[in-house]
Design a protein around this ligand. Structure first.
Ligand code: OSB
Ligand code: MG
Length: 403
């Protein structure tokens, strides 16, 4: 398969040509309480730290425009190697790169005579040299797009070639102590939220009996499971469980095997009817292309699904490229979440307005994600969420960053 090209036009993405001078970068930090503590196979958490890179740009005419993005790490390196501590450090390098300064001198103000940025490549190039740290990079790129959209008085989705006015929304439910507790949450998601589909976390020992209980009560519910890398694809007992999932008409099994594995997923599970969804192991377009190649060789493309999370792949342009690649090859794609607060979730919703994102995303929770969110979220109604039409992210109220 050929490499994916970086040409913005061919991906239907707006190319900003106006020189934008970086005036000042400020990174806001905010700790927020989750409304409902969340448990997965890798850990349990009740509060999260979010970073909001804010960039003030100046046009050649002297107009000032502000953009804000979000970085949404977890508290420890559970899901990937990133955590809020690593993001805080990586952001210092990103700010240094963007402002043309050494890390020791990076104060958010630009170096003398530094060139303006124009399109997203010219922006991203300043920190592309940093290996990894995708969650940190995503927040910086978000600030860029937010500013460009506000300058042009259009919603970000328009710059990204998104056409949906609303996107289908599912919900992710964490591990519960027993099937009864899980069913209580399923009831809320089905009856009260009317989520388009439900995803439940599973791990060895908390799997078949839970799914069985759900299916008994809701035989036709669009249902999928997420294992967060908790099964060993070379353990016959684990393989037997994964094969048993085939009896429950699941939409997909998300990342059952190794956190950084693509190859063994493609081969060891080739016999399953249920599609395999990759989350943790797809960090960029090259991984997506390699996964598609492997599924073509050992399985088939209709059994591969990719969960595209902009923070995991280092930004929105990369996410759009992966979505296009999936679509070109008959692979379904959807946008998962990282417990983003309102800015990050809204960015994901704008991304999901692209037609290639063809399965419901994780954009809502049983209760508002946070007790003290940073802004009011877009309107949700019976499984659908509005893609904001206002300029920038289109958020109505962004509250103070001060805690
Ligand atoms: O694996 O999709 C995941 C949350 C944090 C880290 C990883 C994952 C998740 C979720 C929740 O499943 C998604 C959300 O509602 O934001
Ligand atoms: Mg996942």
């Amino acid at each position: 398969m050929e490499a994916v090209i970086d040409n913005l036009k061919s991906h239907g993405i707006f190319e900003n040509k106006k020189p934008l001078f970086i005036e000042k970068i400020t990174v806001h930090k905010r700790t927020m309480e989750l409304s409902i503590p969340f448990e997965t196979s890798f850990g349990r958490f009740s509060s999260l730290v979010r970073f909001y890179p804010e960039i003030i740009f100046k046009t050649e005419e002297g107009e000032l425009v502000k953009g804000i993005g979000e970085c949404s790490p977890l508290n420890a390196p559970w899901y990937n190697y990133e955590c809020h501590r690593s993001v805080e450090t990586a952001l210092k390098y990103i700010v240094a790169g963007l402002t043309g300064k050494d890390i020791e001198d990076a104060d958010g103000l630009p170096a003398k005579n530094i060139e303006p940025v124009t399109n997203v490549h010219s922006f991203v190039t300043r920190y592309k040299w940093i290996v990894g740290h995708n969650t940190a990079k995503c927040g910086a790129e978000g600030a860029y797009w937010n500013a460009v959209a506000r300058l042009n008085k259009v919603p970000v989705s328009k710059l990204w070639g998104g056409t949906r006015k609303q996107v289908e929304t599912g919900t992710s439910i964490g591990l519960e102590a027993d099937a009864e507790a899980l069913l209580k949450k399923i009831d809320i998601a089905v009856l009260k939220m009317k989520a388009t589909r439900i995803k439940v976390k599973v791990k060895p020992g908390k799997d078949i009996s839970y799914i069985e209980a759900i299916r008994k009560k809701y035989p036709y519910l669009p249902l999928q499971v997420d294992a967060n890398a908790s099964y060993d694809l070379f353990n016959p007992l684990h393989i037997a469980i994964l094969q048993e999932f085939d009896n429950y008409n699941l939409m997909m099994i998300e990342q059952p095997g190794g956190n950084d594995d693509i190859y063994d997923h493609s081969r060891q599970l080739a016999g399953l009817k249920t599609p395999i969804c990759l989350d943790e192991s797809i960090l960029h377009t090259v991984h997506a292309r390699q996964a598609i190649d492997l599924w073509k060789q050992y399985s088939s493309v209709d059994r591969l699904i990719i969960n595209i999370k902009p923070p995991r792949v280092g930004g929105y342009f990369e996410a759009i490229k992966i979505a296009g690649l999936c679509n070109d090859n008959g692979v379904s794609a959807w946008c998962g979440g990282m417990f983003e607060s309102a800015i990050g979730k809204t960015a994901n919703i704008h991304f999901s307005s692209r037609i290639e994102v063809n399965l419901p995303g994780d954009h809502i929770s049983q209760a508002p994600y946070f007790k003290n969110d940073i802004a009011d979220s877009p309107e949700y109604n019976e499984g659908k969420i509005e893609v904001p039409a206002g300029s920038g992210w289109g958020l109505k109220n962004i509250y103070s960053f001060d805690e």
